[in-house]
Design a protein around this ligand. Structure first.
Ligand code: GLA
Length: 674
């Protein structure tokens, strides 16, 4: 069984090429002190590993690996292909990425590659093969970290050729493509494949079907590049697990569901985007999403040690919060907590990015936090081995997640430019998180047999198969909640006529005649006291019952929230956007109605986040206190953090954590503010 399945990892990206060797010696000592057992090396090492085309020099990396070996630290070895060296750019200028406006980017940063350029693909395969032959069976190799955060889009000539081939495979004939893209409008009819380009800068609006297809193509193209490297690694005889680190910031260039079957381990880089308490919900969102992509345990490949980049500044993340966040990921299936990066750079582009060893050195609260986290992960290591059957986290609530939904809402000139897929999904997830329930994300057509409620936040373009899958879910007793502007178009962004939301009209039992976005800052009340913003619709009932009506405005008296019962299942439609506190209330009452309980109901509202992780050796309750008032937590179990029984209660001070091995799964717990 690979290591990552049976133990929790602690460590991070290690870029020793920035330092003289005496620092490496100190690094090893400090890693041992902090209990670091895993580093990622080589992410940015291409220029040193292959100083001239086809000439390799890995003596320095041999030394690093030797030192790690001696210090008993395992490593993920990255293929360095996210950052091609300067000589590569000079030799192959055609392999630089091109922006939609035609600007060809230049060297001087990183990610300077055009994913479809043959020279790049060849060089990437070569360096991957070299590394795999040299280190592929090293006993400390935990796995391959192919590339780094695939996500550079290219609109240049190589992408153009590859996009056309992809379109030929997808559509077969130009007639089918013309039909799907609605090219009859604006004289866009294509008479020759050679006329088709990536969506580049245009005088006015781009064709939305072309835009979304290009995103799909780009994800497939990056996957193909990944698979080529993976094939080289396997051809060199290395059997170590292969991963690539996903990233989920405010952009998304990958269809992760399509990638996951090719990954031996799903990993992610996750960075807080707020200093406030919503950061904790953000951790849960990233972790739930990645566990769902993985279908089980996964690995947090990067997070920041002490910084939160917000707007124009780098806010400080306190060590206690870093520890709580780390456990937030582990509670949801991460096989550890890794960071970017081990030691803070003294120069270069990421000088001010935080690190486990900060500029101040080991004599610091930040390094102290790292030492504490290392010890803590060691104490709770038994949570790593997954249960013999069933999921790591049992969730009764699910949210549909689909990159196509994201890309559709990024097309231009929609009825409201403020529609944003990630915000919609996160608002729903946040409401579920605040209700204290566990959440899975599911792909279109995924297994939802265990989920009592399923949310589909604004998902404009939907194919018939997904609509049929949702109908089956409801018919088999599921409770579906559909957000506004969902299923109004097919998978080519073509509106289904006759009233919105065409694809789901019958299932929802409504017919929407008009979409009526609100002005900035405008809010309206609903009959049940909820407050809505951004969007309203003129809804006609066609089989559904009204749950709430618009209480004011042009649509006053008209249905705003509807429900249609289907056997023992139901489908609820939200024709508007509930402000977060109204959404929280709506979600909480829906969960109560359908018997979806919080992990620890008594914890809700106390500031204590309670998450249950199942493992081979039992059920583990993670209690993370984000609040500002001490609480007493009581229930049958053993807190592994303090090695103390919890039957008579333990006190959790603000900021503290407990990880309890429960005597019995899902026992009753009390949480009492002191
Ligand atoms: C990404 C990269 C890292 C580093 C961090 C900084 O996640 O993978 O190399 O640049 O961002 O936040």
């Amino acid at each position: 069984m690979p290591d990552h399945v049976t133990r929790l990892h602690f460590g991070g990206d290690y870029n020793p090429e920035q330092w003289p060797r005496d620092v490496w010696v100190e690094d090893m000592a400090l890693m041992r002190r902090a209990g670091v057992d895993t580093v990622t090396i080589g992410v940015f090492s291409w220029a040193l590993l292959e100083p001239r085309e086809g000439e390799y020099d890995a003596a320095w990396l041999d030394d690093v690996v030797g030192m790690l070996d001696e210090a008993e630290v395992g490593f993920f070895l990255a293929t360095p292909t996210a950052s091609p060296p300067p000589w590569f750019t000079r030799a192959h200028p055609d392999a630089l990425p091109v922006r939609p406006d035609g600007t060809r980017l230049t060297h001087g940063s990183r990610d300077t590659y055009a994913i479809s350029a043959p020279a790049y693909r060849q060089a990437a395969r070569r360096v991957a093969r070299f590394l795999a032959e040299r280190y592929g069976d090293h006993p400390r190799l935990r796995g391959w970290h192919v590339h780094n955060e695939y996500g550079t889009l290219d609109h240049g000539p190589h992408a153009e050729a590859a996009f056309r081939s992809w379109l030929r495979r997808r559509y077969g004939t130009l007639a089918a493509l013309n039909d799907a893209w609605c090219t009859a409008f604006w004289s866009q009819h294509y008479g020759d494949w050679a006329d088709i380009t990536p969506p580049r800068a245009t005088q006015y609006l781009a064709n939305p079907a072309q835009v979304v297809d290009f995103r799909r193509f780009s994800s497939d193209e990056m996957l193909a590049a990944f698979l080529e490297q993976k094939a080289e690694i396997r051809a060199a005889g290395s059997a170590a697990p292969v991963t690539t680190n996903f990233m989920l910031p405010t952009w998304n260039h990958l269809d992760q569901w399509a990638w996951r079957e090719h990954l031996d381990l799903v990993s992610v880089d996750h960075y807080l985007d707020t200093t406030g308490p919503d950061g904790e919900a953000h951790v849960a969102y990233g972790a739930d999403l990645t566990r769902s992509w993985a279908g089980g345990p996964w690995l947090l490949m990067e997070q920041s040690a002490s910084g939160i980049r917000v707007g124009d500044r780098q806010a400080f993340k306190d060590p206690d919060r870093m520890i709580r966040n780390s456990l937030g990921y582990v509670a949801r299936g991460s096989q550890g907590a890794l960071f970017f990066q081990w030691r803070a750079s003294l120069g270069g582009a990421e000088t001010w990015h935080s690190a486990l060893v900060p500029h101040a050195g080991a004599d610091s609260r930040v390094f102290d936090g790292a030492v504490r986290l290392g010890a803590l992960l060691d104490r709770i290591g038994e949570v790593a081995a997954p249960p013999a059957d069933g999921p790591v986290v049992e969730a009764d609530a699910a949210v549909l997640w689909d990159a196509n939904g994201w890309w559709s809402l990024e097309t231009s000139h929609l009825p409201h430019d403020g529609l944003d897929y990630a915000s919609e999904v996160r608002a729903t997830h946040r409401a579920l998180w605040r209700a204290g329930v566990a959440v899975d994300f599911v792909p279109p057509g995924g297994d939802v047999s265990r989920h009592r409620v399923l949310f589909v936040p604004s998902h404009m373009a939907m194919d018939a198969g997904t609509a049929a899958w949702l109908a089956r879910y409801v018919e088999s007793g599921g409770h579906l909640v559909v957000g506004r502007f969902t299923g109004v178009a097919d998978e080519h962004q073509r509106v289904v006529p006759g009233g919105y939301p065409g694809v789901l009209r019958d299932l929802l039992g409504v017919r929407v005649e008009e979409l009526r976005p609100l002005g900035d800052g405008e809010t309206l009340a609903l009959s049940d006291g909820s407050v809505v913003e951004q969007w309203t619709e003129r809804v006609h009932l066609a089989g559904a019952e009204p749950v709430a009506t618009y209480a004011e405005g042009d649509l006053a008296g008209g249905p705003a929230v509807t429900r249609r019962a289907v056997g023992s299942g139901s489908v609820t439609y939200l024709s508007t956007r509930l402000v977060q506190r109204s959404l929280d209330r709506f979600v909480a009452s829906l969960l109560a109605e359908h018997g979806v309980a919080a992990a620890v109901p008594a914890a809700v509202g106390t500031g204590v986040e309670a998450v249950r992780r199942r493992a081979a050796s039992g059920s583990y309750l993670f209690l993370l206190h984000h609040g500002d008032r001490a609480v007493r937590v009581k229930g049958p179990g053993l807190d592994l953090v303090e090695d103390a029984r919890t039957d008579d209660g333990i006190v959790l001070e603000p900021g503290q954590v407990a990880v309890v091995r429960e005597d019995e799964a899902a026992a009753a717990w009390s949480v009492t503010p002191l």
